[in-house]
Design a protein around this ligand. Sequence first.
Ligand code: DQA
Length: 143
Amino acid sequence: MKVLVINGPNLNFLGIREPEVYGLKTLKELNEEIEILGRRLEIEVDFYQSNHEGQIIDKIQQSYNVIDYLIINPGALTHYGIGMRDAILSTGIKTIEVHLSNVYSREEFRHKSVISDIAIGKITGFGSESYKMALHYLNSLKK
Ligand code: DQA
């Protein structure tokens, strides 16, 4: 099973960015944890981060027929990234939406997601565990 983990805008600033909301773990540390779990579960995991919607769209398109599942934290694009939504729809890649913070306990504009309705599911509010829960779920799909 091949899984791509995409992180959107400002997630490269984890560790610096609003630590009271997102914690002190850097993106590198987060990805290392996911990679270790992936190895344990025998799931091949790749990582991509960009601050630009167009680059995220390119990456999703390039993943067409290449990966089995996408785990994505689109950052702020969650709330308005229609092009990213269209890329997920265009490729038909099965997607899990994840967030570090609980978007529902925050500002109202974060309650809306443009991809929740086309995702397998959404995990929000568990910090780095959100990504790992997604990976555990995908592992449960293996025959
Ligand atoms: C986030 C929540 C978004 O509202 C925010 O714009 C982010 C991070 C999260 O992981 O909690 O950049 O996706």
